[in-house]
Design a protein around this ligand. Structure first.
Ligand code: SAM
Length: 213
């Protein structure tokens, strides 16, 4: 029997009540065991729709936030995507169910290693991971069909826009350290289109094009 099977189903129903309709996204939540991406001390809370501590002053984001990001992107399974802020690796795992190629950058080496271990425990081997400053992007492997920033930035990091493919999308929470608005940047044939979406609360993005540590 699946561990936390009932709790997982209730989380998916809660996401649906909160407006998540994309069946592929909901299926990814059903497939990926969130309890394997959090410390054992909070595993009993893994299927609450809440952020949880993962050590090093960081959090695994609220499931609704991950679901919202993934629904907005509308991935078809073919895209090459870059995630900034691997954190627990849970969203990374969801992305492997929805995109073609998944790359992820984390600035804290210990978290990157824990995420690598959690992904391996789930039998996920196809993620390309790196430790470093994700605000600089990963130009060697770009351009990207989608870039997901999982930490709050004072502004849209310029290098990430530059590394978008035409038709590509960037999602980044922009604002102060305490509150942000999710911003979507789309690259068109002639430039960039920006839209402001939901209010968000993330830990800070620390780096050359983010906050100072
Ligand atoms: N989606 C992840 C999850 O749910 O586990 C988000 C984790 S947490 C909200 C944000 C992560 O971004 C943290 O692990 C933090 O260390 C990382 N981070 C902050 N600034 C970064 C940067 N410049 N480059 C890469 N990672 C960064």
């Amino acid at each position: 029997m699946r561990q936390f099977g009932g709790a997982r189903r209730r989380l998916i129903e809660e996401l649906q009540r909160k407006g998540i309709e994309d069946l592929l996204v909901l299926k990814a939540f059903d497939d990926v065991p969130r309890h394997l991406f959090v410390p054992t001390g909070v595993q009993h809370r893994a299927y609450e729709d809440a952020p949880l501590p993962i050590g090093h002053g960081q959090t695994i984001s609220q499931p609704w936030v991950h679901a919202k990001y993934l629904s907005l992107l509308g991935l078809t399974g073919r895209e090459k995507v870059l995630e900034i802020g691997t954190g627990s690796g849970f969203q990374t795992a969801l992305l492997t169910r929805l995109a073609g190629q998944v790359f992820s950058i984390e600035r804290i080496p210990a978290l990157a290693q824990e995420a690598r271990d959690a992904l391996a425990r789930c039998g996920i081997a196809q993620v390309v991971q790196r430790v470093g400053d994700g605000t600089l992007g990963w130009p060697e492997y770009g351009p990207w069909d989608a870039i997901l920033v999982g930490a709050a930035s004072p502004d849209v990091p310029g290098p990430l826009c530059e590394q978008l493919a035409v038709g590509g999308q960037l999602l980044v929470p922009v604002g102060g350290r305490d509150e942000q608005v999710l911003v979507r940047v789309r690259r068109t044939a002639t430039g960039f289109e920006r839209s402001r979406l939901d209010a968000m609360r993330f830990v800070p993005l620390i780096g050359a094009h983010g906050f100072e540590s």
